[in-house]
Design a protein around this ligand. Structure first.
Ligand SMILES: CSC[C@H]1O[C@H](OP(=O)(O)O)[C@H](O)[C@@H]1O
Ligand SMILES: Nc1ncnc2[nH]cnc12
Length: 292
């Protein structure tokens, strides 16, 4: 058993959480630059917790410009073991209605030009992403949502788009009808890839705000409609987060799905051929495996 530390990345509408004991906003520096904002640390129900607003307080960073690598590195560096992403999303399913939550378990990545790996020339690694979220942590989020009385859908495929504009109607229909996606957002990729490389258990909670642009009875998504739903969703998300310590507990067994051992056989570059400068940047993300 090792100590649990819960990380939460708050998406649009969720810029802080309440009720942490010994709460403090901590500025962090990482080899990948500065995270989106300072990180709120503290304890909830006896479990250490770290909260990072993905877009920064005041919503400063556009989805394409979120410093995803710095965010994951900083949370890993603080000791986070279980990372919950909370995101505002559009829905491609009638039954996944605004106000509902979806526990995402798959992604299709249509983002372009974002830094999507900690590894590269001088230290090449290939982790598995077949199952990009952690079923154990996802189940904890589903249980927390249900206990809060939130309508929660267990499982869903998230289409990660580049944005910042919303999809055309043709794209919206293609993602739904041809590609079988359930929800759409702009931020969970490369976040999920990087969390896996950093050996974090990662779960994604999609808070539905709209029906994107496919629904014949709802017209095209408008930011004003989204904003109307965001505040209620954020309150529900805070309730969900508050229940996680009681469900996960202060100590954890190794992840039965191997999230915390993702790098075990992933690094291909021979030790003698590794770039010392890159290895130095990987101290938090891959220190466990590089110093073993
Ligand atoms: C507020 S609408 C578009 C914006 O909201 C979502 O952000 P996040 O995933 O951080 O909640 C979506 O991905 C867009 O960035
Ligand atoms: N329809 C939508 N498309 C992309 N990102 C979103 N975030 C919330 N609603 C969205």
């Amino acid at each position: 058993m090792t100590d649990t530390m819960i990380g939460v990345i708050g998406g649009s509408g969720l810029y802080q959480i309440d009720g942490l004991e010994d709460a403090a906003w901590t500025e962090m520096a990482t080899p990948w630059g500065a995270p989106s904002d300072a990180i709120l640390t503290g304890r909830l129900g006896g479990v250490p917790m770290a909260f990072l607003p993905r877009h920064g307080r005041g919503h400063v960073h556009a989805p394409s410009a979120v410093p995803y690598r710095a965010n994951i590195d900083a949370l890993k560096r603080l000791g986070v073991t279980d990372l919950v992403s909370v995101s505002a999303c559009g829905s491609f399913r009638e039954e996944m209605a605004p106000g509902d939550f979806v526990i995402v378990d798959q992604f299709i990545d249509r983002t372009v030009g974002r830094e999507a790996s900690f590894f590269g020339t001088g230290c090449v690694a290939h982790v598995s992403l077949a199952h990009p979220t952690c079923p154990r942590l996802g189940a904890a989020c589903a249980a927390a949502a249900a206990a809060e009385g939130i309508t929660v859908h267990d499982g869903g495929t998230y289409l990660a788009m580049e944005g910042p504009q919303f999809s055309t109607m043709a794209e919206s229909r293609m993602y739904r009808d041809a590609w079988g996606c359930d929800v759409i957002g702009m931020t969970n990729m490369p976040e999920a890839r990087l969390a896996r490389e950093a050996e974090l258990c990662y779960a994604s909670v999609a808070m539905i705000t709209d029906y994107d642009s496919w629904h014949p009875d709802h017209g095209a998504v408008e930011i004003t409609d989204i904003i109307r739903t965001l505040a209620g969703n954020a309150d529900k998300a805070r309730g969900l987060v508050a229940r996680l310590p009681g469900i996960l507990g202060p100590a954890r067994d190794a992840c039965p799905h191997g999230c915390d051992r993702a790098l075990e056989h992933a690094i291909l570059t021979a030790p003698a051929a590794r770039d010392p400068a890159l290895l130095a940047r990987l101290d938090a993300v891959a220190g466990r495996i590089l110093t073993a």
